[in-house]
Design a protein around this ligand. Sequence first.
Ligand code: FES
Length: 127
Amino acid sequence: MALYSEKVMDHFRNPRNVGVIEDADGVGEVGNEKCGDIMKIYLKIEGGIIEDVKFETFGCASAVASSSMATELIKGKPVAEALELTNKAVAEALDGLPAYKMHCSVLAEEAIKNALEDYYKKHPEAK
Ligand code: FES
């Protein structure tokens, strides 16, 4: 069996939603101390809906694929749904990650949660 699923390879080679949102409503950044990989997520939120999301990931193939898939999973969704996104759901949507690469998907979950925390900090009225 190949180490990575076709979906992982696809999202790694053609990552969706790469970039920066200049006037983002929430920005989240996380890193993994062990591997040194960093992920940053930008959210544009309008009326409780994630209107746009972009990411910058300085990391391994699984981290890039996880960020790409995670942004696809939350785009157009209510904030409440994005808050519930787990790294497991991201990995499942990618048709799985090797066990020792699961921590890469955790970065995506954490970066989104951080960005939403930042959003609530900047927009306390949205709580
Ligand atoms: Fe660091 Fe994948 S090895 S996030």
